[in-house]
Design a protein around this ligand. Structure first.
Ligand code: HMG
Ligand code: MG
Length: 301
């Protein structure tokens, strides 16, 4: 049976905006977070503490974290690829951090400039420091179905990275279809590889929607009992190191799916769609720019 309740981790402010070419004002990012929490999101990935030379859009990470009025019960997470990132992030008191690796060697090199083995060595002290500070550590595994440089990725490679993350104390793994090439059975195989090392509650799905399969992949994950998904309001986003990949599955679309299935999310779809409309307008894009079919259908985009 499907889970009765699902947690959505809103990654719009981070994954959604990191690839925007034009600078997005810090105040806009803060307002987006405020609107998302007002819509009922209880987990928000706010920003990343990465090199501003690599990802200029996230250079205001500390300002965004400082500018947010935190709502009770909301968990705010940030990406930290190395100790330098953790040290800067720690000052901003995140509830959770994310170390991010890949099931593909080539993508690991392009995205974080090191091999998979080196990435684990870099993450280990970050994980230890965060856990000592009482901060939860999630791990993201990119390219768990396919890679823009290597093509198909076997589930065994996902299992290997999940095992390595488990060994260094990462508490949760997100199985990412970075370029959105996944289809339901392939995504299930990737998730099962992670489930060999982590319990159901500590595995999540992170599906980009390049080929329009992401909602189907969410359903396939629900069938396995997965109850946590990363989603992005208005379907914003993409990865700077995965050319052509589109945004994450739209939060609005997943909320529609879940509510239609009678699964609880705690999210107000109208307020959420308004948040999507707000950020598209702030990006100078029209009402039709939303990648959410649901937001377009209900007209609040
Ligand atoms: P590097 O060049 O190998 O690092 O980058 P380094 O340690 O050799 O340092 C080089 C320079 O970067 C130095 O500065 C460092 O101080 C600086 P310089 O001396 O040249 O002036 N530096 C930093 N500055 C700020 N914060 C830091 C930091 N670390 C080093 N944390 C690094 C390695 C990982 C930093 C780099 O490759 C990087 O920033 N990559 C960007 C990765 C990224 O943000 N990708 C997008 C997010 S992941 C994603 O979207 C996928 C996901 O959504 C799941 C999915 O869909 O697949 C999560
Ligand atoms: Mg992503």
């Amino acid at each position: 049976s499907l889970p009765a309740k699902v947690t959505l981790v809103e990654v719009g402010p981070r994954d959604g905006l990191q690839n925007e070419k034009q600078p997005v004002p810090t105040a806009t990012k803060i307002e987006l977070v405020h609107r998302l929490q007002a819509a009922g999101l209880r987990e928000i990935e706010v920003t990343s503490f990465v090199s501003p030379k690599w990802v200029p859009q996230m250079a205001d990470n500390a300002e965004v974290m400082a500018g947010i009025t935190r709502a009770p019960g909301v968990r705010y997470s940030v990406l930290t690829p190395n100790l330098k990132g953790w040290e800067a992030a720690a000052l901003t008191r995140p509830d959770e951090i994310v170390v991010f690796g890949a099931a593909s060697e080539a993508f690991s090199q392009k995205n974080i400039n090191c091999s998979i083995a080196e990435s684990i060595e870099r993450f280990a002290p970050v994980v230890a420091a965060a856990r000592a500070a009482g901060v939860k550590v999630r791990g993201a595994i990119s390219c768990t179905v396919g890679c823009p440089y290597e093509g198909d990725i076997a589930p065994e490679r996902v299992g290997l990275v999940a095992r390595l993350m488990k060994e260094i104390g990462v508490q949760h793994v997100g199985v990412a279809d970075t370029i959105g090439v996944g289809t339901p059975r392939k995504v299930q195989r990737a998730l099962e590889a992670a489930l060999a090392h982590y319990p159901l509650e500590e595995v999540s799905g992170h599906f980009h929607d390049t080929y329009g399969m992401a909602v189907g992949n969410v359903y396939a994950a629900l069938e396995l009992g997965i109850a946590t998904f990363d989603t992005s309001v208005s379907g914003l986003g993409g990865c700077p190191y995965a050319k052509g990949a589109t945004g994450n599955v739209a939060t609005e679309d997943v909320v529609w799916l879940l509510h239609g299935l009678g699964i609880e999310t705690g999210i107000d779809l109208d307020a959420l769609s308004d948040a999507g409309g707000f950020i598209r307008a702030a990006l100078g894009q029209g009402r039709d720019a939303t990648a959410s079919r649901v937001a377009r259908a209900i007209g609040a985009n």
